[in-house]
Design a protein around this ligand. Structure first.
Ligand code: SF4
Length: 449
């Protein structure tokens, strides 16, 4: 449970030294309670108090990392039931299943295709993160060989799947530095799986028949000192799985049940006989709390919508996606190149900039900070008014890059053109098209004038 500001204050040194950036310990405590500060900012807090504060401020769903290096996947770490309450923090990991007895040629072919499936959207690189390698024959060498190929030839993180700890041991021996997720500890293999996960310091999935049994198993594993767990409630029927997912999210958040405070792994690949149905199930599971969703394949037509859905669900609803205010060069502009201006809402920027790129006309694009609002919304909110735009152009530094004084406004704010001209005497203001798709045609004609 989160501590109040006063509860936190009691644990601080109360010297008011100000080294944390605020003048008093009380102010710092209030900031900590409101999640506006990090405990690490106070160098004087005692280790006992630090432990107590860290435990109290730990998210109810434990964050679990899979992999290593820049492609490490973090799942869990969630603090709310609904996205609009605050935000969801760590996007669902998307995995594709590979049977370990796949032929080397077929594995290579799949890995090449899957590595290629990456998409740029609003400045972010969207891609799936995991391959789930499943033991099908109990052959340790075959399993290890496939694990090695995936680890050495791709940047995917791994889920190693087998009921036999010896098979997983062989797999982890060749890809341990990738910190794979081991799947799964069950009633039958609990102790050796726990020993292996502990010895290799890797996360461990735990599987049971239902959430109640899952709690018992988690309790046993945490008593053994394991912390990084991923839960499989065992459901392979959508309604039951949906109910389990909601229960596993609600229990730690609303009832403080720590034994269910871990991210989950779900297997649409075991619940449907075609990728379309799997994709629909995956879409539901991304929305309803899955930490990892395992599909039978990655195909562009199903993966891309899932990645987009995930992007939308895991962005902060209280903070619009923005780009940095400033001057952006597109297609190598010179001092005579046209100057356009728009707002810093990411989607607006990327649509406008990609249309300018398509036109092949060298341009300067001025991006004005409107706190992430799109053109019309920013104008309606008074954040893209004529005087603000004019003053921004003056201060932007564009006059040092371009020798002309002509600027193109977005078509939706034609009404501010007179005001902009008043603030920018000597400038010629042109109103551009309303729709970004018309920018290339507009720029080609603009260049002739
Ligand atoms: Fe108090 Fe620590 Fe901040 Fe100093 S650094 S004012 S001791 S909270």
């Amino acid at each position: 449970m989160a501590l109040t500001g006063m509860q936190i204050f009691k644990l601080l040194p109360k010297t008011n030294c100000g080294e944390c950036g605020v003048p008093t310990c009380l102010a710092f405590a209030m900031n900590l309670a409101a999640a506006k500060a990090e405990l690490s900012a106070c160098p004087h807090v005692s280790s006992a108090a630090r432990t107590e504060l860290e435990e109290a401020s730990a998210p109810p769903i434990r964050p679990v990392s899979i992999g290593s290096g820049p492609r490490t996947l973090k799942i869990g770490g969630e603090t709310v039931l609904f996205r609009h309450e605050k935000t969801f923090n760590n996007p669902t990991g998307l995995a594709a299943l590979v049977p370990a007895d796949i032929s080397p040629g077929e594995l290579e072919r799949k890995l090449k295709i899957w590595s290629f499936l990456q998409y740029e959207r609003v400045g972010l690189q969207l891609r799936p993160e995991l391959i789930a390698l499943k033991d099908v024959s109990g052959d340790k060498q075959v399993f290890a060989q496939a694990a090695r190929t995936i680890a050495e030839t791709t940047e995917f993180n791994l889920v190693l799947m087998s009921a036999d700890p010896e098979v997983l041991k062989a797999g982890i021996a060749v890809c341990g530095d990738k910190r794979p997720l081991l799947y799964a500890a069950t009633k039958e293999n609990l102790q050796p799986m726990a020993d292996l996960a502990k010895a290799r310091n890797v996360p461990l999935a735990v599987k049971a028949r239902d959430p109640e049994e899952l709690m018992e198993r988690v309790k046993s594993l945490t008593d053994m000192g394991l912390k990084d767990l991923v839960l499989d409630s065992g459901a392979r029927e959508l309604k039951k799985l949906f109910e389990d997912q909601v229960l596993i999210r609600r229990a730690p958040l609303k009832a403080g049940i720590k034994a269910l405070g871990f991210p989950t792994i779900c297997f649409p690949c075991e619940m449907a006989d075609n990728l379309d149905l799997e994709t629909m199930m995956a879409a539901l599971l991304i929305a309803k709390y899955a930490g990892i969703v395992v599909l039978s394949d990655f195909r562009g037509e199903s993966l891309f919508p899932l990645l987009l859905e995930r992007l939308n669900i895991f962005t902060d609803p209280q903070r619009p996606m923005t780009v940095t205010q400033g001057i952006y060069e597109i297609n190598g502009p010179n001092e005579q190149s046209p100057i356009l201006i728009t707002t810093n809402f990411s989607l607006t920027y990327f649509i406008v900039s990609s249309e300018i790129e398509n036109s092949r006309v060298p341009c300067w694009l001025l991006i004005m900070n409107t706190e992430g609002l799109s053109v019309l919304t920013a104008w309606a909110a008074g954040k893209f008014s004529g005087d603000l735009v004019g003053n921004f152009v003056k201060q932007s530094g564009i006059a040092e890059k371009a020798t002309h004084k002509r600027i193109i406004l977005p078509g939706y704010v034609a009404s501010i053109s007179g005001e902009v001209e008043e603030v920018l005497p000597g400038w010629q203001v042109t109103v551009g098209p309303r729709e970004a798709a018309l920018i290339p045609k507009f720029l080609k004609e603009y260049g002739k004038n």
